[in-house]
Design a protein around this ligand. Structure first.
Ligand code: CP
Ligand code: NVA
Length: 310
């Protein structure tokens, strides 16, 4: 099937840098065709979900994607496997690699994903780590494309914490030739290596700006994006962060600075009244629920690309 980028077959997707800009475009194009129903590939394989953090969208969208492809899913909740009893990753990975065709993992350390990849011998997908959320970024760009068509040259502004979601969004935008501005409180900037990576992809084609000024960052932007101020694993910091992050809220005042056609995204789950207002998430410029739906299409595209269609 021509639309399926066969070069991803057998590979892992631990971060955006595991694919090229052309492969990213191919995935987005496949995701759009899957959403439109113009392609209906089948892939009778087995996906394991090993999630050490909570998840609604990622868990359900991967499960439904696999079912719609004619494949199957096994929920490997660490609490009901030997993972929570401390079985070494190297052992778990080698065993799972002999049963499963593909493994999606949600965890803390990016290095653990690398270990799973090395020892399992099957494609491993990052379903969120402390460093990156690359599957989210696929759906984010798909949503931007739906709103604007050609996305190269557009400007995306992220306000809030320089976290996993910000990292993957920033790198994905840079790979797609989209200008990206990340506005965070001082001390909460994105990881310097991720910024360097994004700048390298952007080259002369687009701009990567890291700033502490949310108002300047929002000027004429085509998309405003935010995420929670305290991620999973940072619950202890949530109260202390509230005052510090308040100027970085995605609200109607900020939206008024953006391009009139700007769209509002949030990866969800949201804390309304904290990082985003009810008005921004429920307003006419919000594409938050299209974005959530696109997780299904984008990850189905990813699964078919990594596994191949039947
Ligand atoms: N956006 C996202 O990854 O949502 P879940 O945590 O519900 O999977
Ligand atoms: N940054 C958030 C994203 C949740 C989808 C977290 O890691 O908790």
């Amino acid at each position: 099937m021509d639309a399926i980028p066969a070069q991803l077959k057998g590979r892992s997707f631990l971060s955006l840098s595991d694919i090229t800009p052309d492969e990213l475009q191919a995935l987005l194009s496949l995701a759009a065709q899957l959403k439109a129903g113009t392609l209906k590939p089948t892939c009778n394989k087995v996906l394991g979900l090993l999630f050490s953090k909570a998840s609604t969208r990622t868990r359900v969208s991967f499960t439904v994607a696999m079912y719609q492809l004619g494949g199957q899913v096994i929920d490997l909740n660490p609490m009901v496997t030997q993972v929570s009893r401390g079985e070494p990753i190297e052992d778990t990975a080698r065993v799972l690699g002999r049963y499963l065709d593909v493994l999606a993992i949600r965890t803390f350390e990016q290095a653990d994903l690398e270990t799973f990849k090395r020892y399992s011998g099957i494609p491993v997908i990052n379903a969120l780590s402390d460093l990156a959320h690359p599957c989210q970024a696929l759906a984010d760009l798909q949503t931007l494309q739906e709103a604007f068509g050609e996305i190269a040259g557009l400007t995306v502004t992220y306000v809030g914490d320089g976290n996993n979601v910000a990292h993957s969004l920033m790198v994905a935008c840079a790979m797609a030739g989209v200008n990206v501005r990340i506005a965070t409180p001082p001390g909460y900037e994105p990881n310097a290596q991720m910024v360097e990576q994004a700048k390298a992809w952007a080259g002369e084609r687009s701009e990567v700006v890291v700033t502490t000024d949310p108002i300047a960052a929002a000027q004429a932007a085509h998309m405003l994006y935010t995420d929670v101020w305290a991620s999973m694993g940072q619950e202890d910091e949530a109260e202390a962060r509230k005052a510090l992050f308040a100027p970085y809220q995605l609200n109607e005042t900020l939206l008024a600075k953006a391009d009139p056609a700007a769209i509002v995204l949030h990866c969800l789950p949201a804390h309304r009244g904290e990082e985003i207002t009810d008005g921004a998430i429920e307003g006419s410029q919000s594409r938050v629920f299209d974005q959530a739906e696109n997780r299904l299409h984008a990850q189905k595209a990813l699964l078919v690309s990594l596994l191949g269609a039947d």
